[in-house]
Design a protein around this ligand. Structure first.
Ligand code: ASP
Ligand code: CP
Length: 353
């Protein structure tokens, strides 16, 4: 890594301390959405009520849906690969009648290619759009975006809110919002459940956000089982956070210790792109593989979730096929819910509902 790259990572991370995301406190309008720590249970309940309405309206082909965000513009700034987050945000905005802008050949061929920094790239999008959705490989990048947008918003005509679509190995707040929605929807949870998260709990940003969100919900009589190789344990800050919120946590390296009592399995990919050394990734990449045979050892009414994309942590393509046909696998419903929750979130941030 060059000195410049190291310096820019340090500069971006400092925004975690420089910028405090605003609590939602019952009012989403105009708020940046960059951490699940902004949410309390009543905010989640409000969001999920609107998400269900969105699902209903899409299902019924409600023609008025396209009036909701007519004339509103979302900018998509993805500095890191994405399929679901990028497409579901775009689909969400378009289904509500809004439009989407992005650099024609992707952000890498915007003026970023000429060396323009993150702050100026965000400010450019902020001058044109009502909402920016950003994904970036560095922790703190969405905090940096929010910090500069607050200053920009004082000087321009159209204020812009930023929504994080993944902040390095830190958080992926909207993924956790849709994950918890799915758990609430299918398991009447997250109370009274054993929820088992498996795989890369160190770099998995969806895990960090979901674990914190379960704590913020104040789940009653719920146990979180955290299964990973020792080198990929959940960060202590996340563990402390959820324990302080009264959730019982059980950490183990042995899936079979907890599988039989689990109600929700949250399987994850080892985040290969976050490893400094390929050898470290290769040493643990085969540790936890979900296959039909493994799933068959779980409760009959368990649900199997995965934020996706999946690689060989779900076995071979043949295993994928068999798992996909199992009614306990809900990752496609989970993926679809992403669009409904993001519709609700953007409509609420824009003050359209
Ligand atoms: N898509 C999720 C993320 O961007 C999970 C993953 O990539 O494994 O964090
Ligand atoms: N779940 C998720 O964030 O998927 P993408 O990386 O494809 O956006």
């Amino acid at each position: 890594m060059t000195d410049n790259a190291t310096m820019s990572i340090r500069q971006t991370e400092q925004f975690l301390h420089l910028y405090k995301p605003p609590a939602i406190d019952g009012n989403f309008k105009g708020k940046h959405i960059i951490s699940v720590e902004q949410f309390h249970r009543q905010d989640l309940e409000a969001l999920y009520a609107v998400s269900k309405t969105m699902r209903q309206r899409v299902m019924e082909h409600d023609r008025d849906l396209v009036r909701l965000c007519e004339g509103r513009l979302m900018a998509s700034l993805f500095f890191e690969a994405s399929t679901r987050t990028d497409m579901s945000f775009q689909a969400a905005m378009r289904r509500m009648g809004g439009s989407v802008v992005s650099a024609s050949n992707g952000v890498q061929f915007s003026s970023v290619y000429k060396g323009e920094n993150l702050a100026d790239t965000v400010r450019a999008a902020g001058c044109y759009a009502d909402i920016i959705v950003i994904r970036h490989p560095q922790i703190g990048s969405s905090y940096e975006a929010a910090y500069y947008l607050d200053r920009l918003n004082e000087r321009i005509t159209i204020p812009t809110a930023v929504i994080s679509g993944g902040d390095g190995a830190g958080e992926h707040p909207t993924q956790a919002l849709l994950d918890l929605f799915t758990i609430a929807d299918l398991k009447n949870g997250p109370d009274n459940l054993t929820i088992t998260l498996v795989g890369d709990l160190l770099y998995g940003r969806t895990v960090h956000s979901l674990v914190k969100l379960i704590g913020l919900w104040g789940a009653q009589n719920t146990t979180l089982c955290l299964v990973s190789p020792p080198s990929l344990r959940i960060p202590d800050t996340v563990l402390d956070f959820v324990q302080k919120h009264g959730i019982t946590v059980h950490e183990t390296t042995d899936l079979y210790e907890v599988l039989h009592q689990t109600d929700v399995i949250y399987w994850t990919r080892i985040q290969e792109e976050r490893f400094a050394r390929k050898a470290d990734y290769e040493a643990i990449s085969d540790n936890f593989i979900m296959t039909p045979a493994v799933l068959n050892q779980a409760k009959r009414d368990v649900i199997l979730m995965h934020p996706l994309p999946r690689k060989h942590e779900m076995g071979t393509p043949h295993d994928h096929d068999i798992l996909d046909q199992n009614p306990r696998s809900v990752y496609f419903q989970q993926m679809e819910n992403g669009m409904f929750v993001r519709m609700a979130l953007m409509a609420m941030v824009l003050g359209a509902v």
